[in-house]
Design a protein around this ligand. Structure first.
Ligand SMILES: Cc1cc2nc3c(=O)[nH]c(=O)nc-3n(C[C@H](O)[C@H](O)[C@H](O)COP(=O)(O)OP(=O)(O)OC[C@H]3O[C@@H](n4cnc5c(N)ncnc54)[C@H](O)[C@@H]3O)c2cc1C
Length: 506
């Protein structure tokens, strides 16, 4: 059975492949997911449990927020302690987002909601039990060879995306090099069905130099226990149920444990692909950038990448004249975005590796000191929530500006490369929830709740779009440009990142 599929071919139906299919469906672009497994991630193997605020904004844009909210449990605070007591508490409450919490639910639930929604669009076909064993391409199409219980077949399509996880066959067959940073330490995750008296809406992180650990509530009756595997302990032993139960008992003697659901040991390390695009193939999620599980950012960075890739692929499917440059921009920008998160993760990993009591004491002192500086906590939480990412958009193909205008880097809270700010004090005006599937031109002069504040820039036929001065609101009354009569506006992408800010003299 040889055939040509007219939409986008997605290898791998994990959270990232499914999320990408949903973004494409919004643009009426069909996709076919080839997934090796017969079923979603098993019920007990919870893996990625956390949706950070930026990821929740993505769920909202997909229209699936309510399903997630109904199933998830909320976390509103990170708390760090040592053996002597509390060191630091950072709250989600300071975030400029409609979602000032993280949402926890098992990865299986995430996959089920996304899969169910994708199937209902009528634009997504999911073939489970279909394993891709060969990946190649010509100038005009991508080609895969697939194994299924009914036999082997070849399939081709105009575009393909490898969302096939850390051991991606797409990446290896395309000979895309990967670098690996190793932090010289092993760590483990064990999920328990239990009751205990720890607060459920906070991360309980204990910086014990002998063995740092943490407890995270993620579903009714379910807790995640994360701990370091110390030198001399084997990974097999460290996830043996007797060993883990003993560790747990020492730390939570009053817990009523019903059963251990699952445990997994892994190396503290992170991988990065040299490029996320090769010809007509793209990489997304763990296939592109492998985050260390202990930092809990893998799924988030992956789904945000799917959002950044989805509209570009949709334009490519519509034969946009600049499609090649759009896809190169995805590769460039998402790599920088993933790198930034990996640097952040590296800090967590280095902290987990501290065994020297003197160093641990110094760290405790530092944490206690910065706990009183609210600005540091706010910045750290913005980073953690993935709200503060600034993508390198300076040379991107959609960074257009009208003749005679001047490019600005920032204008108040509006920052080039960052996601559009959430402005909540002013007349319940929430730009991030009102953006559509196209590029949007937003006047950042005086805010108006009516329609005048935005123009939809249809870039499907090219990226030149008219700028009607009459439709823009002079910035005279802007809280950022008091006294100025210039027009200032921002061009915002469908994934809510600001690609340019410019000023036109009135
Ligand atoms: C123990 C653990 C804990 C974690 N905790 C967190 C957390 O708290 N927060 C977080 O954000 N992340 C966490 N992660 C990471 C998270 O699971 C991944 O980042 C996330 O699943 C990546 O999604 P993905 O869709 O890119 O890849 P995957 O989830 O790996 O999905 C890839 C899919 O591709 C399929 N596939 C692979 N090869 C083929 C093939 N040849 N043909 C067809 N299909 C194929 C696989 O079957 C799989 O379904 C954790 C990971 C682990 C292991």
């Amino acid at each position: 059975m040889n055939s040509f599929y007219k939409g986008v071919l997605i290898v791998g139906g994990g959270p990232v492949g499914l999320a990408l299919s949903l973004v494409l469906s919004k643009y009426k672009v069909s996709s076919l997911i080839l997934e090796a497994r017969e079923d979603s991630t098993s019920k007990d193997e919870s893996r990625a449990i956390t949706w950070m605020p930026r990821g929740i904004e993505f769920l909202k844009s997909l229209g699936v927020f309510n399903q997630f909210y109904e199933k998830g449990v909320l976390r509103v605070l990170h708390q760090f302690e040592n053996q002597h007591g509390k060191l630091l508490r950072w709250s989600f409450n300071t975030l400029e987002s409609p979602y000032r919490y993280s949402l926890q639910l098992p990865q299986r639930d995430t996959e089920e909601i996304l899969e169910d929604t994708a199937r209902k669009t009528g634009m997504v076909e999911i073939r489970r039990g279909h394993k891709v064993v060969e990946v190649t391409q010509t100038k005009d199409k991508v080609i895969v060879i697939v194994h299924s219980k009914d036999g082997q077949y070849e399939l081709s399509a105009p575009w393909g995306v490898g969302c096939d996880g850390a051991n991606s066959i797409t990446r290896t067959r395309l000979r895309i090099d990967k670098t690996w940073r190793d932090y010289g330490m092993d760590s483990a995750v064990a999920d328990f069905d239990m009751e205990c008296n720890l607060p459920k809406d906070i991360s309980n992180i204990i910086l014990d130099s002998y063995r740092p650990y943490g407890f995270f509530y993620f579903a009714p009756g379910k807790w995640r226990f994360i701990y370091r595997i110390n030198k001399g302990e084997s990974r097999e032993k460290a996830i043996n149920s007797e060993f883990v139960s003993k560790l747990l008992k020492e730390r939570l003697p009053d817990a009523e444990v019903r059963r251990m659901l699952w445990a997994s040991a892994f190396r503290l390390g992170q991988g990065q692909s040299q490029t996320y695009r090769k010809g007509r193939w793209l990489l997304a999620g763990d296939a592109a950038h492998m985050m260390g599980p202990s930092a809990g950012a893998g799924m988030m960075v992956g789904v945000l990448g799917a959002w950044r890739l989805g509209w570009r692929l949709a334009l490519s499917m519509k034969q946009h004249k600049n499609f090649s440059a759009f896809l190169d921009d995805y590769s460039e920008e998402q790599r920088v975005g993933a790198d930034e998160i990996q640097k952040n993760n590296a800090l967590i990993f280095r902290n987990m590796a501290i065994t020297n009591p003197l160093l641990a004491g110094g760290r405790s002192l530092l944490l206690k000191t910065i706990s009183n500086i609210s600005f540091i906590g706010e910045k750290a939480m913005e980073k953690e929530a993935l709200l503060g990412q600034i993508l390198p958009v300076d040379y991107s193909i959609d960074r257009v500006r009208p003749q005679g205008s001047i490019l600005l880097k920032t204008c108040g809270k509006w920052v080039t490369g960052k996601r559009v700010p959430y402005i909540y004090e002013e007349k319940s005006f929430h730009p991030i929830e009102q953006l559509g599937l196209k590029h949007t031109l937003i006047s950042i002069g005086q805010y108006q709740p009516e329609e005048e504040w935005r123009l939809f820039a249809d870039i499907s036929k090219g990226i030149d779009f008219p700028v009607h001065k009459d439709l823009l609101i002079p910035s005279e009354n802007s809280k950022y440009r008091k006294g100025s009569k210039d027009f200032i506006f921002a061009l915002v992408r469908p994934d809510q990142h600001i690609v340019s800010i410019y000023k036109i003299k009135s």
